[in-house]
Design a protein around this ligand. Structure first.
Ligand SMILES: [Zn+2]
Length: 402
């Protein structure tokens, strides 16, 4: 909160001159001029405008929504004598996604009961608590507020390299812009997500907005950190652009596994986490990682490590076409088991067994046989006793015959 207040003082109402213009509606002379937006991210949004109309206005309204959201908010407005209006939206109570594009328009009901409207107008709800610097290459832009130009250049290089890597597997669509926002620390990042109504632990992507957000501080390892996190978040965005709404049906292990596999500098500690869990018999089952990852951070870390290793194994086995087939099967709405069966002809639990055997060196079939051993012995005994008895009877009969 203290941090917020500091930034409120710092960026006291950053006024955007958006140059909104509009054509007056001929029949009623209705128009709204001096349209302006100002906001403090996470605090409030102020909508300004001045209504004019040759027919008197009975009631005026403002309506607005995030362009990726169907939920439109409509509020009645009070007009001053000169037709001017100011509406303050409390963005600390009613959260809006960071960097969302907001569409708004002004409406009025005139005294002749005619309904008139003007707009829509658009603005982007940026996190203006920070003074962002930016670098672009085509439709990809990286934004950061802490660090020198080489820092931004390293971020842009990571984005370029990441997209190149992703394009080996999926078509990369850059028809609409992609923006990556690099916060300095997790506190800044998470507070922006909380203010925007979402929370995440490491990085965050809002694929429908074309936005990736992550935390990397300038340091000796900045290039490595950026090579890990930037391609990861870009993968989420490109997967969404490839699959459309079906993206939301991907199992978490597949989505995060692909994103982690596309990291240019993969997390080197995943291997030991996997080894330990394999030895301790504490691996998470992929069936349990279909809907979401565990909330507990240690288990979530293991979920990332497993998913990355598993998807890598699937690509080694079935190629990039196998990975694409998997995403499409799940995007079509097949459940976790059936999606794998349709895509590569093997159900998920069987794929998991093969991964454990091939990658982790487990002897799943052997272990299963070992677990069955006591039952096999009992089964054997129950069979042997009557057989033994039968042999005894036959031998006795032969003796009698003889
Ligand atoms: Zn991710």
């Amino acid at each position: 909160m203290k941090r917020l207040l500091k930034f409120v003082f710092f960026f006291l109402l950053v006024l955007l001159s958006l140059g909104f213009t509009n054509m007056p509606q001929a029949q009623s002379g209705f128009n709204v001029t001096n349209v302006n937006i100002s906001y403090n991210f996470g605090q409030q949004i102020t909508f300004l405008g001045q209504f004019t109309s040759s027919i008197p206005i009975k009631q005026a309204f403002l309506s607005f929504r995030e362009v990726t959201d169907q939920n439109t908010r409509v509020v009645p407005l009070t007009l001053g004598a000169d037709g001017s209006t100011t509406y303050q939206y409390d963005a600390s109570q009613h959260l809006i996604s960071p960097f969302a594009t907001i569409e708004f328009s002004y409406q009025a009901t005139l005294t002749n009961n005619q309904n008139v409207t003007t707009g829509p107008f658009y603005f982007r709800y940026e996190d203006n608590r920070f003074a962002w610097k930016q670098l672009s290459d085509g439709s990809v832009t990286v934004h950061w507020y802490n660090g020198d130009n080489p820092f931004g250049q390293a971020a842009l290089d990571a984005a370029r390299g990441g997209l190149q890597g992703i394009s080996q597997t999926f078509p990369v669509s850059l028809n609409s812009p992609v923006d990556v926002y690099i916060y300095t620390n997790y506190d800044d990042l998470v507070s922006s997500l909380t203010l925007g109504g979402r929370q995440w632990e490491a990085g965050h992507a809002d694929p429908s907005l074309g936005i990736g957000m992550l935390a990397v501080a300038p340091s000796d390892t900045q290039s490595i950190d950026l090579q890990q996190l930037v391609p990861h978040e870009l993968t989420h965005i490109m997967l969404y652009r490839f699959l459309g709404d079906g993206f939301n049906r991907l199992p978490t292990w597949l989505e995060e596994g692909i994103a982690s596999m596309e990291e240019l500098y993969p997390n080197p500690d995943y291997a030991s986490a996997l080894e330990t869990a394999s030895k301790n018999n504490s691996l998470l089952s992929f069936k349990d990682l279909c809907a979401s990852f565990p909330a507990d951070s240690g288990r979530a870390y293991l979920a990332f490590a497993e998913s990355q290793s598993f998807v890598r194994f699937l690509r080694d086995t079935y190629g990039n076409t196998g990975i694409v087939a998997l995403t499409q099967a799940y995007a079509d709405g097949l459940d976790c088991d059936l999606g794998a069966t349709r895509a590569v002809g093997v159900p998920l639990n069987q794929l998991e067994v093969r991964w454990r055997e091939t990658v982790l060196g487990q002897n799943v079939a052997g272990v299963a046989a070992q677990n069955l051993l006591p039952y096999l012995i009992i089964l054997g005994l129950t069979l042997i006793v009557p057989v033994w008895g039968a042999i005894g009877i036959i031998v006795a009969r032969r003796k009698n015959v003889g």
